[in-house]
Design a protein around this ligand. Sequence first.
Ligand SMILES: NC(=O)c1ccc[n+]([C@@H]2O[C@H](COP(=O)([O-])OP(=O)(O)OC[C@H]3O[C@@H](n4cnc5c(N)ncnc54)[C@H](O)[C@@H]3O)[C@@H](O)[C@H]2O)c1
Length: 373
Amino acid sequence: MKTLNLGLIGAGYIGHSMALAYRAVGALFPDLPPIRLAMLADANDAVATKAAQRYGFAASTGDWRTLVGDDGVDIVAIATPNHLHHDMALAALAAGKHVHCEKPLALDMREARAMADAAARAGTRTIVGYNYLHNPMIRLARRMVARGEIGRVVHFRGFHEEDYMTDPALPFSWRCERKYAGAGALADLGSHIVSFADALAGPIAELAADVATVVAERPVPGGGMRKVENEDQGQFLARFASGATGAISASRVATGRKMGLAFELVGTEGAIAFDQERLNELRVYRAKDPSGARGFATILAGPEHPDYAAFCPAPGHQIGFTDLKTLEVAHFLGAIRDGRPAEPDFATALRYEAVIDAALRSAESRAWERVER
Ligand SMILES: NC(=O)c1ccc[n+]([C@@H]2O[C@H](COP(=O)([O-])OP(=O)(O)OC[C@H]3O[C@@H](n4cnc5c(N)ncnc54)[C@H](O)[C@@H]3O)[C@@H](O)[C@H]2O)c1
C-alpha cells in the first residue's frame, strides 16, 4: 500500500490533536495506508521547526504555500484559524492534494460554496474536522436510527455549550472578529451540534433563530477595549426536510459547561440521548421493552461498537478526545484507500454552513428562513 505523506498547517490547539492522530493511526489501523509525517507549516519558521521536532515531521516551513506546493505531500491538513481555510484548501485542491480541513469549513457561504465546488472538480478526497461524529457511540446511534430501532424520528433537541469565553477579562482574539472567525458561537460550536442533527435527523430545511452577544467588548492585549463582532450565544427552532422538528442552541458563555455537546433524539418507538462530557455513554429508551421495565438504559462503549476495539479489547475502559480525532483520520484514510467520499466531506459540510447562514439571516430578519445551499 502506498505511503501517504502528510503536510500539516497549524500547530495550535487542534493542530496538536491532528499531529497526534496522524502519528497514532497506523499502529491502531494497520490495514490503512501508512502515514509519513512529511512537513509541518506554522506562521513562522521557528514555531514550525519546534513543532515539527516535537511531533516527528521530516521537514518544516514558515510558509504554508511551500508545503502545499511540495510534490511529496499527498494530504494537506488545515488546522489554522477559520479565515485561512478557504485559500489553503483551494490551493491544496488545485495542487491535487487530499484535504483534511478543520471546521467550520469557511467564513461564509460564498467561501464554503467555492470550496465544495473546487473539491468536486478536484476529484481528490476531502474531510472536515467534525471529530465528534466519529465517536463509536454516535456511530452506534446512527446505526440504530438507520435500522429503525427508535421508529420514525420526530424531534431533535440539541446544544453545544461551553464557558470558555464567560470571563469578561478574557482578551479580544481572532474568535471575536468577523473577518477571522465569521460567526461566533454558532460557527465555532453550533456547527458541531448541527452536524449531529444532520447525521441523525437529516437535513434542516428552515429555521427561526435569535442571537446575543453577552460580553459586548473585551480587553485588547496592550491596552483599551474592543467591540466583540459576533454572537456569544445563538439558538433556533428548526424544521427538518423529513418533517421532524428541532431546537438547537450554541453558547461560548454557558457558565459551568466545558464540553456540553448534547442531544436527545425522539422517535416514535424510542429515544436516544448523548452528552460529550460523558462521551463513552449512549442512553437509549425502547418503547417496546416490557411495561414496568421501560427506562433509559446507559450503554457503555465497548469493542462491539464501531472502531472502539482498535483502542482496547475491554468494554467500559473509555476513549478520549484525541481518539475521536484519530478515528476521523482513520475514516479519511479508508476513504482515500477505497476511492469513496469521506463523511463529512466539503459537500456535506456545506449543508452545515448553510444552516449557520440561515440562522444568522433569521436573527437579522426576525423571521423563519429557508436553508439555502
Ligand atoms: N474539531 C475540533 O474539535 C476543533 C477544536 C478546536 C479548534 N478547531 C478549529 O481548528 C482551527 C484552529 O483553531 P485552534 O483552536 O487550533 O487555533 P490556535 O490559535 O490554537 O492555532 C492556530 C495555529 O495556526 C497557526 N497559523 C496562523 N496563521 C497561520 C498561517 N498564515 N500559516 C500557518 N500557520 C498559521 C498559528 O500560529 C497557530 O499555531 C479553527 O478553525 C477551529 O475552529 C476545531
